[in-house]
Design a protein around this ligand. Structure first.
Ligand code: URP
Ligand code: ZN
Ligand code: ZN
Length: 488
């Protein structure tokens, strides 16, 4: 008798906590049974010798995002989600960027219109808040939370984005009241501006100076300041795209002190260095992102942070700009580093890079890999247990990996985004997600896309689960220690 739509047989399954041998029975897009010798499925896939992992949750990527100066985002929701799926990711969380003169509702409606007809896998949204005025924080943000958008990013740098400390405190306080997750791009804008001005007036315009202008100290100072502000308001907060040791240890100290500070890092901080920006001509522009890649000591600090739990999430920060006049070279071949679009692609290789170099080289356990690439993000953004795990009742978002498959990264033949290059060209990797399921649908099989644009669904996020590292009430945020005055 056929009991399931699909049965995955004899695979080695891994979650964030366990590794076990089992069949997985899938019915109506969900995991209906996990066990030995399950009864028949209408379709069966033999996963003997393969790993079955939760599909990745990439909780930081930029798709179809408008830019301020006419640079084009190379990936829309079709090419971006296609590329993600080929790399074993089944959920993406791009940003709906607040547009001046538009309400958050209008902003989000525009992103829904961009994503709905194109997405191949499921997606949620974060907001980017650029103008956190009382109307936005008091009315519009609560309405967005009701619509399942429960997280937002703010910036401490970039001219038309940066918030000052007063604004950060105001936004933190709103996040605390609303139970939203605040994500912070922590770089000190004045340090970067001052260094950039000195460098460019001295004639130092090449891409390699991007890494000097975006100094480590700019990142670590802003990280510490953001943490101090979050501790003052006792608000859970995530520091995104952490690049280096000093910022990592600032997060670690805050966690040790019991604050609910979460950390995110990305492939570029494990696999690229500032030396990559120092290539002929403008070639180094391909590696310019903010914060920039650092050095081998920084890479080791990031690996340690992944292992010791400082980082909860490993995201791509896929920021797709072509190496042509639509993207990185928008200001021509004469452009200074200050004019280069910031960001590197990484949706497709995020998981294979970490699997090969992390699990394959013994730096991370398989369960840590799953936690970092899927489960923790699903928890942090209110999608767990529907996403990010293997459990009865969860969406059947699964990737079947050949852990021994050898792959040499070659953009032209194997990457499915629309960027035109990968910063990881020529790397030798071991392990690849061969078959990928999204809600029980086979979306990737035999290196072929089997799903239609528009078949991905919007995910209504619940409020974040702050039960990852637990925090404590900081004395300054305690009314009793403020002479009884309620500050927040
Ligand atoms: O360089 C980067 N990271 N670009 C993408 C935008 C952002 O700040 O995440
Ligand atoms: Zn950022
Ligand atoms: Zn980003």
């Amino acid at each position: 008798m056929v009991n399931f739509d699909l049965v995955l047989r004899n695979g080695t399954c891994a979650t964030a906590s366990d590794t076990f041998q089992a069949d997985i029975g899938i019915q109506d897009g969900r995991i209906a049974a996990i066990g030995e010798s399950l009864s028949d499925g209408a379709r069966e896939i033999d996963a003997t010798g393969r790993l079955i992992l939760p599909g990745g949750v990439d909780s930081h990527c930029h798709l179809a995002q408008e830019t301020v100066d006419g640079v084009e985002c190379a990936d829309d929701f079709e090419s971006g989600t296609r590329s993600a799926a080929f790399g074993g990711t089944t959920t993406v969380m791009p940003f709906a960027m607040q547009q001046p003169g538009k309400t958050l509702g209008e902003t989000v409606a525009a992103y829904h219109a961009l994503a709905g007809p194109k997405a191949i896998i499921d997606y949620g949204f974060h907001l980017i808040l650029r103008d956190p005025n009382p109307q936005v924080l008091g009315q519009e943000l609560p309405a967005m939370i009701e619509q399942g958008i429960t997280s937002f990013k703010v910036y401490m740098t970039y001219d038309t984005f940066k918030l000052d400390d007063y604004e950060l405190l105001t936004v933190l306080s709103a996040a605390r009241t609303l139970g939203a997750m605040m994500m912070v791009h922590a770089e000190n804008d004045d340090i970067i501006r001052w260094l950039s001005e000195k460098l460019t007036t001295g004639g130092h315009r090449a891409p390699k100076y991007h890494a000097i202008a975006h100094a480590r100290i700019a990142e670590s100072e802003a990280t510490r300041r953001a943490i101090d502000l979050a501790s003052l308001t006792d608000t859970p907060m995530l520091i995104v795209h952490v690049s280096d040791e000093a910022a990592t240890s600032a997060i670690r100290s805050a966690q040790t002190a019991g604050l609910k500070i979460f950390g995110e890092t990305c492939p570029q901080y494990l696999f690229l260095t500032a030396a990559d920006l120092d290539r002929d001509g403008l070639e180094g522009a391909k590696y310019c992102c903010s914060p920039p890649p650092r050095d081998s000591a920084g890479q080791e600090a990031i690996w340690r942070g992944l292992k010791n739990g400082t980082f909860q999430v490993f995201s791509s920060d896929h920021a797709p700009y072509r190496f042509d006049q639509t993207g990185k070279l928008r200001y021509g071949m004469d452009a200074s580093f200050t004019q280069l679009a910031n960001g590197v692609p990484g949706l497709e290789l995020r998981l294979p890079l970490l699997f090969s170099e992390g699990v394959g080289k013994g730096r991370l356990s398989l369960n840590e890999f799953v936690a970092l690439t899927a489960t923790n993000a699903a928890k942090l953004y209110g999608l767990h247990p529907r996403k990010g795990t293997i459990a009865v009742g969860a969406d059947a978002d699964l990737a079947i990996w050949d852990p021994n498959k050898k792959v040499t990264v070659q953009y032209e033949t194997m990457i499915h985004d629309d960027v035109g290059f990968t910063p990881y060209e020529g790397r030798h990797l071991t392990g690849w997600p061969e078959t990928v399921l999204s809600r029980g649908r086979v979306v990737i099989e035999n290196a072929t896309l089997c799903a239609q644009p528009g078949s991905g669904k919007f995910l209504d996020c619940a409020k974040p689960d702050a039960a990852l590292p637990t925090g404590r009430l900081h004395p300054e945020a305690n009314p009793a220690e403020n002479g009884g005055a309620r500050l927040i």
